[in-house]
Design a protein around this ligand. Structure first.
Ligand SMILES: [Zn+2]
Length: 487
């Protein structure tokens, strides 16, 4: 069913025309077949060379325009998939329904679902350039990757030999005037600490403790916001209790994902009946301490304690409880180092993401991030060393490649000069404390790549209410065409 077009009269027409086309095509991560068919159709109808690989990555090439034949080719890159999130109660079916796009002042917005400007607007900009008969530019090679949002999957499978360019402009950044010149990488580590279970001692009481009400957030992009990690708060409390009582852990569980700051951690402990009041007092004391330390970032933090009538079937031995609590208490967490060259930017961080107890081992997931490889290697070494001291071992679950900042980047210089010339204000450059496909390209490419990530301003990414600024698309489209003339 044809839906009414709502972006036809918005400038730049060519960019919004292709963007609106994309909003009509289902393209959740892993389901890019239809959008790829649309893109091949586009290339065919514009007489452009294209290649597709087995992972639905696409390359479309357009020759240099007159006068630019001797300039080096430039790669523009965007991802074709989108995050599919919707509000509870919405009937929207992402496999079938077009996105319900609205214009609200300067915003193109989807209120009930994600809009897919991440990264549909990047794809639309690339298509608009390919279709533009007046734009002047060197040869352009467009890489359109699949399945970015589930972990840079398309990029991981992309063969860089399919392109010749050594300069790559990634169109997946979302702050006009603040360009990305590096990104963090690092391993996700699973720590396993063996535990021994023993019978719970008679004459003990069982207390269920939960640290909860925390803000949480993205373990990279929100790590500098001073929020508390519930796993760390719990381990500090347990260590304090352990200093004054014979605590035994019966269970411990915290965090939902390794890449999110944990918001809630629960522990079940037993202590001698006559230590019960000491423990309750400590809990009150630490709740006060935490509320003070995090008074601006964690207004709803609380520690809730309940006494269980039933004693657990078994508890961790004194040695096992101690090793596990020591591990958590001493483990690194949060910002490790700020970037010395780009003020206000986190260079390296680590997130004590999840804790689970199994029958014979505790399993802990930790995520490291750094834009400098040697620093995340060192964070990894520290995790391994501490795990070994707790009698445990580690495994790498995933490895995200970093894109190390190059202060001498020619693209950065061009972006700076052109932006300042056009808008009479100097642009900002920053290093993203999260993964980006540029990290994968940097690792895969056999020759050095000069890269930058840019795009018009969009907000509320990955959530319903995602929008892109119309005026910013106008600025960015003009800017991008001007940049290509200066390569
Ligand atoms: Zn994206």
């Amino acid at each position: 069913m044809e839906t009414e077009r709502v972006l036809e009269n918005i400038e730049p027409y060519e960019v919004f025309h292709f963007f609106e086309d994309l909003t009509q095509i289902p393209r959740c991560s892993g389901k890019e077949e239809q959008v790829v068919a649309y893109l091949i159709d586009f290339a065919e109808s514009h007489g452009l060379d294209w290649q597709k690989d087995d992972h639905l990555n696409l390359v479309i090439k357009k020759p240099a325009t007159k006068g630019y034949e001797l300039k080096p080719p430039v790669i523009l890159q965007a991802h074709t998939d989108m995050v599919c999130e919707k509000n509870k109660g919405t009937l929207h079916n992402f496999d079938r329904d077009p996105i319900n796009v609205e214009v609200e002042g300067d915003k193109v917005i989807a209120k009930e679902t994600t809009l897919g400007a991440d990264d549909g607007i990047g794809v639309a900009l690339a298509l608009a350039l390919l279709a533009d008969k007046e734009a002047e530019h060197p040869a352009v090679e467009i890489i359109l990757t699949s399945d970015e949002e589930r972990g840079l999957v398309g990029a991981e499978h992309f063969d860089m030999n399919r392109v010749e360019g050594r300069m790559l402009i990634n169109l997946d950044a979302n702050d006009e005037g603040s360009f990305v010149v590096g990104c963090a990488g690092g391993p996700v580590i699973r720590v396993e600490i063996p535990i021994e279970r023993v019978q719970a001692v008679a004459d003990t009481v069982t207390l269920s403790i939960s640290v909860r009400g925390l803000t949480g957030g993205h373990s990279g992009e929100d790590i500098h916001r001073g929020r508390a990690n519930s796993n760390k708060l719990m381990s500090r409390l347990l260590q304090a209790i352990r200093r004054e009582t014979d605590l035994a852990l019966a269970s411990l569980s915290g965090g939902l994902q390794y890449n999110a700051i944990p918001r809630e951690t629960e522990a079940l402990i037993t202590v001698n009946a006559n230590d019960k009041q000491t423990v309750l007092n400590l809990i009150l004391t630490y709740e006060k301490i935490y509320r003070n330390e995090y008074r601006s970032t964690e207004p709803t933090l609380e520690i809730v304690v309940l006494e269980n009538k039933d004693r657990p079937a078994n508890v961790l031995s004194t040695d096992s409880s101690g090793r596990l609590i020591d591990y958590l208490y001493l483990s690194d967490n949060g910002i490790i180092r700020m970037d010395a060259e780009i003020p206000g930017t986190v260079e390296s961080s680590i997130n004590l993401g999840t804790i689970r107890l199994q029958e014979h081992k505790a399993v802990i997931q930790v995520m490291t991030r750094s834009s400098v490889e040697s620093v995340y290697r060192e964070m990894y070494n520290r995790v391994a060393f501490l795990a070994k001291h707790a009698g445990g071992e580690i495994h790498i679950m995933a490895d995200c490649p970093e894109w190390e900042y190059n202060p001498d980047s020619r693209l950065k210089q061009i972006f700076h000069e052109v932006y300042e010339e056009m808008f009479s204000i100097a642009p900002e450059f920053h290093i993203l404390h999260a993964g980006l496909e540029c990290g994968v390209f940097a690792k895969k490419s056999t020759k050095p790549l000069d890269m930058i990530a840019a795009g018009p301003t969009s907000r509320n990414l990955h959530t319903p209410g995602e929008y892109v600024s119309i005026s910013s698309v106008q600025n960015f489209w003009r800017f991008l065409k001007e940049v290509l003339k200066h390569i």
